[in-house]
Design a protein around this ligand. Structure first.
Ligand SMILES: Nc1ncnc2c1ncn2[C@@H]1O[C@H](COP(=O)(O)OP(=O)(O)OP(=O)(O)O)[C@@H](O)[C@H]1O
Ligand SMILES: [Mg+2]
Length: 232
């Protein structure tokens, strides 16, 4: 296990991160020698063309995929040094993750989907329901609590996924295209929620987006280009 190279306050850091995929005899290097550090309360946007590796990067940083090179530290813990179970517990405690394709549980209602991370973390059911309901109301879905994902619009599903990522009050939330299906007004509401949580609770946000209006409102914008992150 190597020691975190950067600030000990960082909620997320990575060093020399690389990812390549073997395609038959060829190896495709998607990310190479990539560095990143996120401090509490920081809001960082990642932009980049389609196929540049943004989802790949988020999956590595969130411990959903393993790097070909380099290391990731989440809440001070090196992901590769943890077993699968410990990594799962760390992710449940320290990280909220909004997938590009939301990944809600189809057989559960919006409210149950949002309760899930709390129930996994053994929060009592009444408290879990109360917190989940409050967050769903905050993202404008108070009237859709008992709808299942198939009964929700694309933008509504995205907002359920955002509520689910926030419900455990993690120190860091990663979002992959969170506003892709949202109109300007609703997207702005999500932006304001991130701003509020970052200043009130020092929650850090790492957001992949094509929405330049959203990106410009963050503290930093980085472009993923040729496998590296470049400040813009
Ligand atoms: N499992 C895999 N095997 C082989 N190649 C892959 C695999 N997953 C992703 N890739 C390739 O890696 C590159 C980056 O993919 P990724 O999904 O990270 O892009 P992205 O920047 O998120 O794109 P988008 O903006 O379209 O979501 C793509 O060229 C993709 O084809
Ligand atoms: Mg993607």
């Amino acid at each position: 296990m190597s020691e975190s190279p950067m600030s000990d306050k960082a909620v997320l850091s990575c060093r020399n991160l690389g990812k390549s995929y073997e395609e038959g005899p060829e190896s495709v290097q998607v990310l190479a020698n990539l560095q990143l550090e996120l401090l509490p309360g920081e809001r960082v946007a990642i932009v980049g063309s389609s196929g540049s590796g943004k989802s790949t990067l988020l999956n590595l940083l969130g411990g959903l995929d393993t790097p070909s090179q380099g290391s990731v530290w989440l809440a001070g813990e090196e992901l590769s040094a943890l077993g699968e179970r410990a990594r799962g517990l760390l992710r449940n405690r320290a990280l909220g993750f909004v997938y590009q394709f939301h990944h809600l549980l189809a057989e559960f209602t919006a409210l149950e989907n949002v309760c899930m991370p709390l129930l996994i973390g053994r929060t009592p059911i009444p408290e879990a329901r109360e917190r989940a309901e409050a967050l769903l109301k905050r993202v404008g879905l108070g009237h859709r609590l008992s709808h299942k994902p198939a009964e929700l619009s694309g933008g509504e599903r995205q907002r359920v996924a955002i509520a689910r990522a926030l419900v455990n009050r993690p120190g860091l939330v990663m979002l992959d295209e969170p506003t892709g299906n949202l109109d300007h007004h609703t997207a702005q509401g999500i932006q304001e929620l991130m701003q509020e949580l970052s200043s009130a609770s020092r929650t850090a946000f790492l957001v992949v987006t094509h929405d330049l209006n959203l990106a410009r409102q963050m503290d930093r914008v980085l472009r993923l280009e040729d496998g590296h992150l470049v400040p813009i």
